[in-house]
Write a protein that binds this ligand. Structure first.
Ligand code: C5P
Ligand code: C5P
Ligand code: ZN
Length: 476
């Protein structure tokens, strides 16, 4: 039977058959929203297939981490949301008979080959915008349901919601909408009754933020007199003449509004934006595609794919991947409570990180711009901060941004972010990060539009120089 992404059927079947035959297995995944949802999808599919396995999470898969996995002597290792970029090292372990690798990933593969490798890039599907790690894991889960002799609910189609959370968490929605293979997964989720694809306000926080906060914190599309303006946002809402408070006198949330009330607020927002000269192209982006997880209660982070993914990043990027995984697997008690506490901390760190960039600014080289936050920004979130910084005052869209953060005494973490138009001109940050880091004794990789690396402490300036020259070769 055909899976959701027919071009990947053959690879998915080969991977599923290998997993089904494993004697002992470990599932290794990445510590971000996409890695967690990948692990949750794989975990559920393996359990439903009656297979036993263990789970480990890694911040970065490198030779040391792969060797530590190999030492544990599982006959099969399932890598999700990473593995392709480290294929050279993994292939050596495979050749040495350490384990059989099965990889469900979407990163740029390193220069090596292996048999059980499910990656969109190997079939001409874009790994940065058309399929995430969670999407690849979903394709695998769908294939596994077909090859095992077990009664699998909905043939694992109910896992499509998590796949969408992973894709949204990896910023794969182009202009707010999932495309390509991701779109096929959305359709399966809608058909399975777990997902709703709708048109709504695109602002972040529709489920959980009180209305003034929803508008005040809207950083994606700045509306003068409302965005970043606490009393302005309240005044704007007060002037609408609607009753926007609940029985307890608290501000309501967007999802609690009736359709009529939503229309009134949305059209007033658009009108305000027009009056204040916001460009039409930006105003269009106020409304877009949103993905709702129908099994989750309204008014919770879990209901909205974007809010869910932020909640997950708040766990895994703070060494609590176990909490995020538990939430993905259905823990709505202790796990969810802990995740929400972590979310508050994550939000504070992001806003302080962004403020640090605004205060300290970036340095412009010929072809890129960069900042080094030292130990001021946590290395696990410096990439998110870099992405948020693009477009703020002093940070241009016309060149990639490279962000550095000290990881420990020996190592510095690098995160690089580009834009669609730069990729269109030939930018491939995965190549830039890999080659510039290797030139100074580190390693890296990722996607054309977003990539990262680790470099030895003290070699940061050399690294930036190499990266600048490489970007120049690509788009200069
Ligand atoms: O390791 P992984 O593939 O899961 O991470 C992808 C990273 O790339 C995420 O941090 C995501 O935010 C970033 N990204 C981006 N812009 C895009 C696509 C991905 O910043 N257009
Ligand atoms: O860590 P960051 O969010 O900047 O990562 C951006 C992308 O680069 C992710 O897809 C990540 O998996 C990848 N990356 C990598 N090798 C590294 C660091 C990041 O492949 N050493
Ligand atoms: Zn990913």
């Amino acid at each position: 039977m055909a899976g959701p992404v027919p071009d990947l059927d053959a690879r998915a079947n080969a991977c599923a058959n290998t997993i089904a035959d494993a004697d002992s297995m470990v599932l290794a995944s990445h510590i971000d929203a996409d890695g967690l949802t990948s692990a949750a999808i794989a975990t559920t599919a393996l359990e439903r297939a009656g297979l036993s396995f263990e789970v480990v999470f890694k911040e970065q898969l490198d030779a040391t981490e792969i060797a530590s996995i190999a030492k544990r002597e599982y006959d099969t290792v399932l890598f999700t949301d990473f593995g392709s970029g480290q294929l050279d090292v993994i292939a050596e372990h495979e050749a040495a008979g350490d384990f059989t690798p099965v990889i469900a990933d979407h990163h740029q593969p390193a220069d090596a080959d292996t048999e059980y490798h499910l990656n969109p890039l190997l079939e001409g599907i874009d790994g940065a915008s058309e399929l995430s790690g969670a999407g690849a894991s979903y394709v695998l889960a769908r294939a596994l349901a077909e090859v095992v002799d077990a009664d699998v609910p909905q043939a694992n189609r109910d896992l499509a919601g998590l796949a969408v959370v992973g894709a949204v968490g990896d910023m794969q929605a182009v202009d707010g909408e999932l495309v390509g293979a991701n779109e096929a997964i959305v359709s399966e989720g809608v058909e399975a009754g777990v997902l709703h694809e709708g048109t709504d306000l695109t602002l972040y926080g529709k489920q959980t933020r009180p209305l003034p906060k929803l508008l005040e914190y809207a950083s994606e599309i700045r509306i003068p007199g409302v965005s970043n303006d606490e009393s302005g946002a309240v005044r704007f809402l007060d002037e609408l003449g609607l009753d926007l408070h609940d029985e307890a006198g608290e501000w309501r949330t967007w999802v609690s509004l009736s359709d009529d009330e939503k229309r009134t607020v949305a059209s007033a927002l658009v009108q305000r934006a027009v009056e204040r000269g916001v460009p039409a192209s930006k105003i269009d982006r106020l409304v877009g595609t949103t993905y709702t997880l129908l099994a989750e209660p309204e008014g919770t982070e879990l209901r909205d794919a974007s809010e869910f993914s932020t909640l997950l990043n708040a766990t895994a990027r703070y060494e609590r991947a176990d909490v995020g995984l538990a939430v993905c697997l259905g823990d709505r008690e202790d796990g969810l409570r802990r995740a929400r506490t972590l979310l508050q901390n994550h939000r504070r760190n992001l806003s302080e990180g962004l403020q640090w960039v605004k205060n300290n600014g970036v340095t412009r080289e010929e072809h890129l711009q960069w900042f080094d936050s030292g130990t001021e920004i946590r290395d696990t979130i410096v990439g998110i901060v870099a992405g948020m910084a693009v477009g703020v005052e002093g940070v241009d869209r016309d060149r990639p941004i490279v962000a550095l953060a000290r990881k420990n005494d020996e190592e510095t973490k690098v995160s690089a972010r580009g834009t669609g138009p730069l990729v269109g001109r030939g930018l491939d940050l995965s190549v830039v990060m890999r080659e510039a880091s290797q030139a100074v004794g580190g390693d890296g990789g990722g996607h054309n539009v977003a990539a990262g690396a680790t470099v030895p402490a003290g070699r940061e300036r050399d690294f930036v120089e190499h990266a600048d020259a490489l970007v120049g070769d690509q788009i200069g």
